[in-house]
Ligand binder design. Structure first.
Ligand code: SAM
Length: 218
C-alpha cells in the first residue's frame, strides 16, 4: 500500500467484521483480489448511500460482493439493491458474504452478462412497468463496456437519480499522451468523454482511489 492509501485508511472509519471476512475470503478463494473496492472507497459508498437514501440501487459488477454489502448496509427501510455478475463461480462466496453481513434480504444477485441482464431489466421497467426505476446505479464491471452500460442504464434511472462509475482514471492511463490504445483504456476514455458532453446530466470526477465519475441525471 502506498503512503497516501495508508494515510487514508488510517484516517477513515475501518471496515466491519463481515467486510473483513469478504476481503480475506477474496484473497483465499480468487486470484483477483485487486478488484476489491476496499475499505476506504467502501466506506465512501456506504456513506453516499446513507446520504442519498436511494430506494432502488443497481450495481454492475458484483465480484465477491464487497461494494454491494457496503451499499446495502445503508439502504433505507424497504430499499433494495440488484447486483449483476457474469461469473457464476463466485455465487457461493457472494451469498455467504451477504448472509454474514445480514443484507441477504435486501440484495438480489443476478448472474449473467450484464448487457443481457440490463436488457431484461429495461423490458421489465420500461415496457412491463413491473419494477420501479433506479435511484442509483454503480458501474464497476468490464471497462471496455462502460459506454454500453451507460446507454443501457440511462433510461432506467429516475430523473434526479445518480450513476456512479468506478475506475474512471484507470491508473492514470486516460491522462497519458499518447494515450494507450488497449480496449479498456479506450472504453473508459470514451465513457468519460460521453458523460462530459451529455447535456442530460451534471457530473464530477472524484479522484478517490482509481477515480469515481459521479453523475446526476437532470
Ligand atoms: C472490478 S470487479 C467488481 C468489484 C466489486 N464491485 C467490488 O467492490 O468488490 C468487476 C466484476 O465485473 C464482472 N464482469 C465483467 N464483465 C461483466 C459482464 N459483462 N457482466 C457482468 N459482470 C461482469 C467481473 O466478473 C468482476 O467480478
Amino acid at each position: 500500500m502506498d503512503r497516501l492509501s495508508r494515510y487514508l485508511a488510517e484516517h477513515s472509519t475501518g471496515q466491519t467484521e463481515a467486510l473483513g471476512w469478504i476481503e480475506r475470503q477474496t484473497h483465499v478463494r480468487t486470484n483477483h483480489a485487486r478488484m476489491l473496492t476496499g475499505a476506504v472507497q467502501g466506506r465512501f459508498l456506504k456513506m453516499l448511500v446513507g446520504a442519498l437514501s436511494p430506494e432502488r440501487v443497481l450495481e454492475i459488477g458484483t465480484f465477491t460482493g464487497y461494494s454491494a454489502v457496503c451499499m446495502a448496509m445503508s439502504l433505507p427501510a424497504g430499499g433494495h439493491l440488484d447486483t449483476l455478475e457474469i461469473n457464476d463461480e463466485l455465487e457461493d462466496l457472494i451469498m455467504e458474504g451477504f448472509d454474514r453481513a445480514g443484507v441477504g434480504e435486501k440484495v438480489s444477485l443476478i448472474i449473467g452478462d450484464a448487457k443481457e441482464s440490463l436488457a431484461m431489466l429495461r423490458k421489465e421497467i420500461l415496457e412491463d412497468r413491473a419494477r420501479p426505476e433506479y435511484d442509483l446505479v454503480y458501474i464497476d464491471a468490464n471497462k471496455r463496456e462502460y459506454p454500453e452500460y451507460y446507454g443501457l442504464v440511462f433510461d432506467i434511472v429516475k430523473a434526479g437519480g445518480y450513476i456512479l462509475a468506478d475506475n474512471v482514471l484507470w491508473d492514470g492511463k486516460v491522462l497519458e499522451d499518447p494515450m494507450p490504445t488497449d480496449r479498456q483504456t479506450l472504453g473508459i476514455a470514451e465513457f468519460n468523454d460521453m458523460v462530459a458532453r451529455d447535456p442530460r446530466v451534471e457530473s464530477v470526477i472524484i479522484p478517490v482511489r482509481d477515480g469515481l465519475n459521479f453523475i446526476r441525471k437532470l
